[in-house]
Design a protein around this ligand. Structure first.
Ligand SMILES: *[C@@H]1O[C@H](CO)[C@@H](O)[C@H](O)[C@H]1NC(C)=O
Ligand SMILES: *[C@@H]1O[C@H](CO)[C@@H](O)[C@H](O)[C@H]1NC(C)=O
Ligand SMILES: *[C@@H]1O[C@H](CO)[C@@H](O)[C@H](O)[C@H]1NC(C)=O
Ligand SMILES: *[C@@H]1O[C@H](CO)[C@@H](O)[C@H](O)[C@H]1NC(C)=O
Length: 476
């Protein structure tokens, strides 16, 4: 790490001074300082309990719909040195309904981890802001600190509105941070963000086709353990359960023969097979990392934590049962920390007194999800044709959106192989396996669960480094 310093608060004053002292009719200067003012208002001086850091951070709201009063919350963590020589990576978490502040920022790719008991923060050595400026976005409205003044918005949001509002966010965010306008932009995310990431990319390309100088310099996308195609995801998931000996031959064949994997609402017969598999055959395992020690309450019951895939819209969920999580405590600490008044103040969050608490995931949004694409593959075809850099990765011990699901889905794209399957290395160990296709790179992360950067932070940082360079993963 470079020399440590706090984000100096005294910087704000000169900017204010300049902005109000401009008397000449130099509109450009005025314009520029106006942006600096807006940007400075979003600067994070320091978060409560934060160690000194050598990088700058900003956070705040961008209004995406004036009529309804919808505003999305973001948190930008810049690279330590010369941020404007590095790209911008927008990170999205899934759910639907889960927060990129709770997951991406606080337990995956962000610079900080929350201390036990939420007393403060400590550094994540493998933070992605070592190599790029990371913009965490809580989307759609209703997730985390992002809100809508029209409460009915929480009851009819889906893929469509999420993509439209997120596009509006990116456009307006660039207006607030014009110094980023020409920087290469990448979008990354995991799980149900397997929908958001390609959908937002498509929305940006559509915007770019008639936006002239306001176009977004989108270069590529990267999605991990990504929900991709209802049919192939469901087929690949039960196949993973069977091939990892989590369920019996009998249950596997019954699931295959009974369930219509294309449908979202399944027959009772199919639902009860899922229940049987999960309740009678799985046992107390962590579905997000089948080899991790399960979390348990003191009475040995399930923790009842809400993981970010609370309910995938294409997956039947047996009634009254939630899947358990890797470390429910992490989420609990996040929910303590981000509900602290001093933390919210430091983040410029919850400035309108949102009428409910900050939660890692919004069950209301999740339960009422209005529309979902049955398959993202047609979008991949478009993005490949548009020449975007596309990487899909998969932690191979996740049984929720498993590697088999992703492989079945990607196989439908029938891509030509450019670099045949090989093991890739990180610190002289096999990090996973990868194959480079014409138009898309696929990579597994060996031993990683659903949240790859949580379980394998060093490997995840290597993924980002290679992705940003546009080079295949290291062969040694
Ligand atoms: C939501 O309502 C509050 C209170 O009236 C207001 O201050 C805020 O600007 C509104 N938010 C948006 C995005 O319009
Ligand atoms: C779960 O409980 C068992 C028995 O009390 C204990 O041995 C195990 O370490 C616990 N697991 C975790 C992850 O705390
Ligand atoms: C916002 O602030 C209000 C009042 O200070 C608090 O009751 C509420 O829980 C907070 N909500 C969120 C989402 O932070
Ligand atoms: C809800 O979904 C339907 C399609 O299923 C779509 O036509 C409609 O626009 C969606 N509503 C909203 C508010 O996005």
């Amino acid at each position: 790490m470079a020399k440590l310093r706090n984000s100096p608060s005294f910087l704000i004053l000169p900017f204010l001074f300049l902005a109000f002292q401009v008397t000449q009719s130099d509109k450009n200067t005025l314009h520029k300082h106006h942006h600096l003012l807006e940007e400075e208002a979003d600067r994070i001086i320091a978060l409560p309990g934060q160690p000194n850091v050598p990088f700058n951070q900003f956070s705040g709201y961008i209004t995406v719909n004036q009529v309804a009063g919808r505003a999305l919350f973001y948190w930008l963590t810049e690279t330590p040195n010369h941020p404007l020589s590095k790209p911008l990576v927008i990170w999205l978490n899934g759910g639907p309904g889960c927060s990129s502040v709770a997951y991406g920022a606080s337990e995956e790719v962000g610079p900080f981890r929350i201390n036990l008991g939420a007393t403060g923060l400590h550094l994540n050595k493998f933070s992605w802001n070592n190599v790029a400026n990371i913009l965490f976005l809580e989307t759609p409205a209703g997730v985390g600190f992002s809100y809508s003044n029209r409460s009915s918005d929480l009851l009819d949001t889906g893929d469509r509105r999420t993509a439209e509002d997120s596009l509006r966010f990116v456009i307006r965010w660039m207006e607030r941070f014009p110094r980023y306008k020409r920087r290469p932009v990448y979008i990354a995310g995991e799980s149900y963000a397997g929908h958001y990431v390609p959908q937002l990319a498509r929305q940006i390309l559509k915007h770019n086709s008639n936006s002239g100088s306001n176009s977004i310099n989108l270069k590529g996308i990267m999605a991990g353990n990504a929900v991709t195609d209802n049919y192939y995801d469901n087929l690949g998931t039960v196949t993973y359960w069977w091939s990892h000996a989590m369920i019996s031959d009998k249950t596997y064949h019954q699931l295959i023969n009974t369930c219509d994997f294309r449908r979202q609402k399944n027959s009772n017969e199919c639902e009860s097979l899922y229940s049987y598999a999960m309740d009678q055959e799985f046992g107390n395992i962590d579905q997000y990392n089948i080899y991790a020690p399960p979390c348990n309450n003191s009475d040995g019951s399930y923790s009842g934590s809400t993981r970010q895939t609370m309910r995938l819209p294409h997956r039947p969920r047996p009634a009254n049962r939630r899947v358990s999580g890797y470390d429910p405590c992490t989420e609990r600490y996040a929910e303590v920390y981000y509900n602290r008044r001093d933390v919210q103040k430091a983040l410029h969050a919850n400035t309108t007194r949102i009428p409910y608490r900050w939660t890692a995931c919004s069950e209301t949004l999740n339960r009422n999800w209005n529309d979902t694409d049955v398959s993202i593959l047609p979008i991949y075809r478009k993005l490949i044709a548009a020449g975007l850099r596309i990487w899909v990765f998969s932690g191979d011990v996740d049984s929720v959106v498993p590697v088999t699901a992703t492989r079945y889905a990607l196989a439908q794209l029938k891509m030509k192989t450019k670099v045949p399957w090989y093991p890739w290395y990180v610190k002289k160990q096999v990090g996973g396996w990868t194959e480079v296709y014409e138009g898309l790179t696929f990579a597994t992360v060996r031993g990683a669960g659903h949240e790859v950067p949580l379980f394998k932070p060093r490997a995840a940082l290597q993924l980002l480094v290679s992705f940003l360079k546009g080079q295949p993963l290291p062969k040694a």
